[in-house]
Design a protein around this ligand. Structure first.
Ligand code: ZN
Length: 153
């Protein structure tokens, strides 16, 4: 699987990350399927207030609204534009998913919530500027697998 992170998406994430400092922030990522196993991050939601320096859990209601808004602007074309997964930052740790992150994502794709697969994107700024990220794919019943990321900046 390939995940395409466009320059404007990275720029917007970076702006939120700079503002949040050492606090973890995050939300959902919305994507466009551009090919077989190829996705582009189109938009993301952001909860800049719930996180602590070592933990982030998003507010469900606020993000449901963001997703509804996304469906509206993309014309409810769910096959092409849909919820892609979650993102959050690790300002003080490596971008590798923590055990807690893995468990949260496995719960998300366990079949109870109608989500078949989900991507976890973790980002940090190195030296206050350089955007660094990891992306993993979670599918119910499978071990998480690393996703190839494509940056265009
Ligand atoms: Zn994490």
């Amino acid at each position: 699987m390939q995940l395409w992170l466009q320059a404007d998406v990275i720029r917007r994430m970076r702006r939120h990350m700079l503002r949040a400092g050492s606090r973890e922030i995050g939300g959902m990522i919305m994507g466009e399927q551009t090919g077989d196993q190829q996705f582009r991050v189109v938009d993301f939601s952001i909860d800049a207030t719930s996180g602590s320096p070592s933990n982030f859990t998003r507010d469900a209601e606020q993000h449901d609204q963001a997703l509804a808004e996304f469906f509206k602007t993309t014309g409810a074309d769910y096959h092409r534009f849909n919820y892609l997964g979650e993102w959050h930052t690790h300002p003080r740790f490596s971008v590798h998913p923590s055990l807690q992150d893995v468990h949260a994502m496995q719960d998300l794709v366990d079949g109870s919530g109608g989500v078949d697969f989900a991507v976890l994107l973790i980002a940090r700024l190195k030296w206050f500027w350089r955007f660094e990220s990891s992306a993993h794919l979670f599918v119910d019943g499978y071990v998480p697998s690393a996703i190839t990321q494509i940056y265009d900046n």
